[in-house]
Ligand binder design. Structure first.
Ligand code: KG4
Ligand code: ZN
Length: 342
């Protein structure tokens, strides 16, 4: 069989993404983001995101078909994010995918968004050495996955028990009076600060927190510690050294993410760590992870920035792998799952 032509639809958060792949070749990746609509709220508003998906989905689909220069009738299968994500947002993509698959009379695959963040790397770097460890960090999720086979065997070995790492960046940026999304702003400002100026807590790293074989994260205590520190400075009538706070906060986040990722990889005997999600753009996270991984002989892989943030190509990439693996399509009555496990 020639390589399958797959269309992927993503709508789990604030990006409406349509991707088209042939096997592991990327043909189109069109994304319409509603991020600007959420700026004044300092975070993604689910209702606003759902409405934005409704108006963006068909124009984005048309653009992707044009870019890929394919006739949708030639598509072999449709893949769509079934979860995890915001329920109302997921349902827009799922409904569009069902309509498209039914009209084209092609199989439909409801796939996991986190698996998409792993599979998308195949479009950039080809075969992923197995087993691998994936560190996925964004505004909506923070997970460590043990990957034996992209289509059939991925196990979550850690996740956040409260805030996602990107969410912590956004909340800390807000309390420092910086704009949304806060990650890129803190990343930039931190370059002028001293990461050792303030010792902020590293969540879930105390001996009694460590549960065997789990590599979970917690960022809400860190956020509260930053808020208290800043509040105390203000009460004392002192200026808040924003660059030092940003750098020290960033160091706490990146220290925990990288040490747990390397620990998980070593525990499971993997030689590769794959970094994905919007926070993968963070400069300190990349250098520290590379440094710590390379020190123990582990290779780091990271898809290009446009494929790290949420997009449709990552969902098409999963579709391509499950079609290749000969897995059965999803039943036409499947729904969205806001906390779908991998
Ligand atoms: O993957 P993404 O575009 O959307 C989802 O949240 O699913 O990730 C967005 C998140 C935001 O929280 C944003 O602040 C964070 O990624 N982010 C960063 C950086 N660029 C984006 N966080 C830290 N450093 C960055 N350079
Ligand atoms: Zn994501």
């Amino acid at each position: 069989m020639s390589e399958p032509l797959i269309i992927g639809i993503e709508s789990s958060c604030d990006e409406t993404g349509i991707g088209i792949v042939r096997g592991r070749e990327l043909l189109a990746n069109e994304v319409a983001s509603s991020v600007d609509l959420h700026v004044r709220f300092g975070g993604v508003v689910p209702e606003v995101a759902s409405r934005a998906h409704l108006s963006a989905i068909i124009p984005t689909l048309r653009r992707a078909a044009e870019t890929a220069d394919v006739d949708l009738a030639e598509v072999d299968a449709v893949a769509v994010t079934a979860g995890p994500g915001l329920m109302g947002a997921l349902l827009v993509g799922i409904s569009a995918a069902k309509a498209l698959a039914a009209y084209l009379d092609k199989p439909l695959y409801g796939v996991n968004h986190l698996v998409g963040h792993v599979a998308v790397d195949l479009l950039d770097h080809g075969e992923l050495p197995m087993p691998s460890t994936a560190l996925l960090v964004s505004g909506g999720h923070t997970s460590l996955l043990h990957v034996e086979d992209i289509a059939t065997d991925i196990v979550e070995v850690g996740s956040t028990i409260d805030d996602a790492a990107g969410e912590a960046y956004d909340k800390v940026a807000r309390l420092l009076g910086l704009s949304y999304p806060g990650g890129p702003v803190i990343d930039r400002i931190a370059a002028d600060g001293d990461p050792r100026a303030i010792r902020f807590p590293r969540g879930l790293t105390a001996r009694h927190d460590l549960v065997e074989h789990r590599f979970d994260f917690s960022f809400s205590g860190l956020k509260t510690a930053v808020a208290r520190w800043v509040e105390q400075r203000r009460l004392d009538g002192l200026d808040v050294p924003v660059a030092d706070v940003a750098a020290s906060f960033q160091e706490a986040v990146c220290d925990v993410l990288t040490s747990k990722a390397v620990d998980a990889a070593q525990h499971h005997g993997t030689g590769t760590i794959l970094l994905g999600g919007g926070v993968a753009a963070n400069s300190r996270l990349r250098t520290l992870l590379e440094e710590r991984a390379n020190a123990v002989g582990i290779e780091l892989r990271r898809p290009r920035p446009g494929l790290c943030t949420d997009n449709g190509a990552m969902i098409a990439a999963v579709g391509s792998e499950v079609v290749r693996a000969g897995l059965a399509p999803s039943p036409m009555d499947f729904g969205g799952h806001s906390s779908l496990p991998v």
